[in-house]
Design a binder for this molecule. Structure first.
Ligand SMILES: [Zn+2]
Ligand SMILES: [Zn+2]
Length: 350
């Protein structure tokens, strides 16, 4: 064990504050990482405030981690001291169930061990996330950061990136497909870039016409203002895929109408229950599919990092001093960030 530092919430109602805590010494298959950057995800806020009812305190968020390997266990073969590496939303899983065997650890039948606020599978301790100077993680759950990528803007690829890349790949989005991206926050702007890189014709759906120019700058070919019934009607039966990143409840029906037959509407936000109700006829009458998708497996997380390096894709970020983390949360809730805050972990030590 050694003493680490970081920022944690002590309860659902207290702001994040500096803490000292114990990290384990590396086990034989572990990699110890000095954290250089950590992205700030909306899940961090939900968990810090126990909005999903599953928080464990002290709660140290952070699952978009980029850093440098400082030590390895005796059996580690994938990484060596000095390597630039990343850790995303998961740090372990059962490794033997059908999902794990299929490299889909995020759907582990026993439930994956998340990067924070989940009991460690070996010693039962509460996992502590990336708002910290360091982390110790089994090598299987550590990915390599391609040299070409800027380290800070690579961090959000580990959650925002893989969350949008995985479903586009799974459903086979290809050149010429018509893809609609719903919402342009941290996830949506990555969705635009990936769909574009896969060769699709990309349309952003947004509530505000003021986002049109910015959407085009991000690579969107077209913009539909979703509050304009005429524009929505004009898009009827048009899309092969919709990637829905809207994080709050919204009416799915008008969007389903914009799908062609066999079209797929993919949810990546946890908006339950769907409200207002969805009309089954909008699926049945055109064999449309309403689907969901959660992050991606470890192999695919490596794949998306390599894909980003190959296609010069990065996340647009605003660098954050960790001492401003609580103000950053307030700004994120107000939608005032383009598009991801990334903590510069050097600010933890000043
Ligand atoms: Zn996340
Ligand atoms: Zn499993």
């Amino acid at each position: 064990m050694y003493t680490a530092i970081g920022y944690a919430a002590q309860s659902a109602t207290t702001p994040l504050a500096p803490v000292k805590f114990e990290r384990r010494s590396p086990r034989p298959d572990d990699v110890a990482i000095e954290i250089l950057y950590c992205g700030v995800c909306h899940s961090d806020i939900h968990q810090a405030r126990n909005e999903w009812g599953i928080a464990v305190y002290p709660l140290m968020p952070g699952h978009e981690i980029v850093g440098k390997v400082t030590a390895i266990g005796a059996n580690v073969s994938k990484h060596k001291v000095g390597d630039l590496v990343g850790v995303g939303c998961m740090v372990d899983s059962c490794r033997s169930c059908d999902a794990c065997q299929a490299n889909l650890e995020q759907y582990c039948l026993e439930g994956p061990t998340m990067t924070y606020a989940t009991p460690d599978r070996v010693d039962g301790s509460n996992t502590m996330g990336g708002y910290s100077d360091s982390i110790v993680v089994s090598e299987h759950f550590v990915v390599r950061i391609p040299q070409k990528l800027d380290l800070a803007s690579a961090a959000p690829i580990l959650c925002a990136g893989i969350t949008t890349y995985s479903p586009l790949k799974h459903y086979g989005v290809k050149a010429g497909d018509k893809v609609g991206i719903l919402g342009m926050g941290g996830l949506g702007h990555m969705g635009i870039k990936f769909a574009k890189a896969l060769g699709a014709e990309v349309t952003l759906f947004t509530r505000s016409a003021s986002k049109a120019e910015e959407a085009r700058r991000q690579g969107a070919d077209h913009v539909i203002v979703s509050t304009d019934a005429e524009q929505m009607k004009a898009a009827a039966g048009h899309f092969d895929f919709l990637l829905d990143t809207i994080p709050v409840q919204h009416d799915l029906n008008p969007y389903l109408d914009t799908l062609r037959f066999d079209g797929v509407h993919i949810l990546v936000g946890l908006i339950e229950p769907v409200d207002p109700p969805m009309h089954a006829g909008k699926l049945v009458m055109s064999r449309r599919v309403l689907a969901g998708s959660l992050i991606g497996g470890i192999a695919e997380t490596q794949e998306v990092l390599d894909f980003c390096a190959e296609h010069d894709i990065t996340c647009d970020i605003e660098m954050l001093d960790i001492r401003q983390i609580n103000e950053a949360y307030a700004r994120m809730i107000a939608g005032d960030v383009k598009y991801r805050f990334v903590i510069d972990m050097a600010t933890l030590k000043v």
